[in-house]
Design a protein around this ligand. Structure first.
Ligand code: THU
Length: 129
């Protein structure tokens, strides 16, 4: 899967964002090992803490349907490069510290990172063995 293509899918998913409070739309496109793509958008709530980020929506959708091996996630938000928040970084490394995180614009610059590089020395599943 082409990285710009994955970003374009995230940009499309952003249109579904429910953001009456921040107005900050985010979309995510998650690629599974099997080549399936799950999208997500941020879903806000009047009780602000109940808000869920686009990245976690995509991951939880995939896991709830039996997919747990992820190769890449593309994120498109309201800024030129919208990076995953701390909670989402924790959720990304849970499933694959080597997952590629792609941020940017499908028609312009993009940047890519290994998920673990965005959360050094993370607390993960191995700690609970
Ligand atoms: N948000 C995401 O969906 N993903 C991110 O990576 C950063 C933040 C959302 C949460 C909230 O709805 C809005 O952006 C502003 O924080």
């Amino acid at each position: 899967m082409d990285k710009r293509e994955l970003l374009a899918i995230a940009e499309k998913a952003k249109e579904m964002a429910y953001v009456p409070y921040s107005g900050f739309r985010v979309g995510a496109a998650l690629l599974t090992r099997e080549g399936k793509i799950y999208t997500g958008c941020n879903v806000e709530n009047a009780s602000y803490g109940a808000t869920c980020c686009a990245e976690r929506v995509a991951i939880f959708k995939a896991v709830s349907e039996g997919y747990k091996e992820f190769e890449a996630i593309a994120i498109s938000g309201g800024s030129k490069f919208t990076y995953p928040c701390g909670i989402c970084r924790q959720v990304l490394v849970e499933f694959n510290p080597d997952m590629l995180v792609i941020v940017g614009d499908s028609n312009d610059d993009y940047r890519e990172y290994k998920a673990s590089s965005l959360l050094p020395e993370f607390f993960g599943p191995k700690e609970l063995k």
